[in-house]
Write a protein that binds this ligand. Structure first.
Ligand SMILES: Cc1cc2nc3c(=O)[nH]c(=O)nc-3n(C[C@H](O)[C@H](O)[C@H](O)COP(=O)(O)OP(=O)(O)OC[C@H]3O[C@@H](n4cnc5c(N)ncnc54)[C@H](O)[C@@H]3O)c2cc1C
Length: 431
């Protein structure tokens, strides 16, 4: 069996690696000249800048890949106990991750804390509510505004009031099966499942996809966009400028709009639905600063008078030589991403100086016009997405978004292909 993979981001590369380990043949086509997809790291004057994920979390599956790529010496691990802040009412306030932190934090009033503790008495998620409705009902309005909206919304650059719970709360719903989110969170923490170490690499996050690519260069073709997918016997034909390639199974890891154009011929209905999915645009401004705080960084509460959504303190997390990454845009201000570099740099720098009380110098501006899957109302279109047998859509709009989840899905797929198990073939058939 040969699996054709569209895209050499972390999902495609991890899938290629896990399949090879299991004796399943793959061929991967990547449109860009670089592997890694949204994971991209560069160096400016010796400073590592992250243009996609700023960090990820260590999991068993990631550890397997890190060992396979011999990257242990380059692994950078941040302290899990570093504080995370929300900027609210004009200053940084620490997010509690322990009972002691909960009682100490000034992010919530005494009444707000008592209301949060009533969570086990509230009902579970309902199909017709938004993420905002749900969290407000569970934890109270104050906890929602001061803590949950900036943190949960911050993951996607979305407004939880625009996120239907049915799609946005899948993980939470799983946690809820034990009856209470607070109890589930405490249990996860006791089991060591929560707050796994934040990790990166000496040269940045892109070291992992680069190393995976180097282990799989025979199977991964860069600068070779797939232009179309067609049926071919019991399998599929992937058309590229280099020719057509017949495979038994196809895994598409590209963004929803790209997946749509590839599925147009084989599954027009799914293609139509995929075109409706909305992504939040994001801009990153990298700053250099002598501010020397310890922590993950901060998210900004939604009703503050700042346009910055949040800032990662790369300097503190991974000793990145004074680097801070500011996020702007998202669902709150999508148009901001269209401003020129000077203006975005100025906004990020001035607001950073207001919050941190230290000056910053703009190093770089990066834009993601279609950045984060928004998990907003457009996600109802997913009901109509049902690709034909043999085609799997596997990326951050079909499942969980974080790198650990992408790698986990890649492993599960590789196991499935290995179980499906037809005898591996020697090479990809050229049609
Ligand atoms: C801005 C941003 C910040 C994030 N921050 C974090 C974070 O801090 N921590 C974390 O764990 N996760 C984070 N995530 C989530 C995580 O990084 C992504 O979900 C994950 O990297 C996506 O990997 P992927 O391989 O599924 O998709 P992608 O990385 O999108 O890869 C898809 C690949 O397909 C290629 N492609 C497109 N069209 C074609 C074509 N026609 N033919 C062939 N190839 C094609 C693309 O060039 C790309 O390389 C972030 C995501 C984004 C967008």
């Amino acid at each position: 069996m040969t699996v054709g993979i569209v895209g050499a981001g972390i999902t495609g590369l991890a899938l290629s690696e896990f399949c090879r380990e299991r004796g399943v043949d793959t061929v991967t086509f990547e449109a860009s000249s670089e592997p890694g997809g949204v994971i991209r790291s560069t160096s400016v004057d010796g400073r590592v800048l992250e243009h996609g994920p700023q960090r990820t979390r260590m999991t068993d599956e990631l550890a397997t890949l890190i060992d396979a790529c011999d990257l242990r010496d380059d692994l950078r691990t941040a302290d899990t106990d570093l504080p995370l802040y929300v900027y609210a009412d004009g200053r940084l306030r620490q997010v509690p991750f322990s009972m002691e932190g909960f009682f100490r934090t000034d992010l919530l009033s005494a009444t707000g804390k008592l209301r949060m503790l009533a969570e086990p008495l509230t009902d579970g998620a309902r199909d017709d509510e938004t993420a905002a409705d749900y969290f407000t009902r569970k934890f109270g309005a104050e906890a929602y505004h001061n803590m949950i909206a900036p943190l949960f919304g911050g993951i996607y650059g979305s407004d939880p009031a625009e996120m239907p719970g049915e799609y946005a709360l899948r993980t939470v719903r799983r946690m809820e099966r034990s009856g209470s989110l607070v109890r589930a969170a405490v249990r996860r923490r006791l089991e060591g499942k929560e707050r796994e170490s934040p990790i990166s690499f000496a040269d940045g996050m892109a070291q992992l996809p680069q190393a995976l690519y180097e282990r799989n260069t025979d199977q991964v073709h860069l600068e070779t966009p797939v232009e179309g997918v067609a049926t071919a016997g019991t399998g599929y034909r992937l058309d590229t400028a280099d020719g057509s390639h017949v495979v038994d199974k196809v895994v598409v890891t590209a963004r929803a709009d790209v997946s749509a154009s590839l599925l147009d011929d084989v599954d027009p209905e799914s293609a139509r639905a995929l075109r409706q999915l909305y992504y939040n645009p994001l801009a990153y401004v990298h700053l250099a600063s002598d501010a020397d705080p310890a922590g993950f960084g901060y998210q900004v509460r939604h009703n503050e008078s700042l346009r910055t959504l949040g800032v990662t303190w790369n300097a503190s997390l991974f000793d990145r030589d004074g680097v801070y990454t500011c996020f702007l845009g998202g669902m709150q201000a999508p148009g901001l991403v269209d401003r020129d570099d000077d203006e975005l740099g100025r906004i990020a720098r001035e607001e950073f100086e207001t919050v941190m009380g230290a000056s910053g110098e703009v190093l770089n501006v990066t834009r993601h016009p279609r950045g984060m899957p928004a998990y907003d109302g457009s996600w109802t279109a997913m009901e109509a997405v049902d690709p034909p047998e043999g085609i799997t859509l596997a990326t951050n709009y079909t499942g969980r978004m974080g790198v650990p989840a992408r790698v986990r899905e890649a492993k599960r797929l590789a196991e499935r292909f290995a179980d499906d198990g037809a005898t591996p073939t020697a090479a990809v058939a050229e049609a």
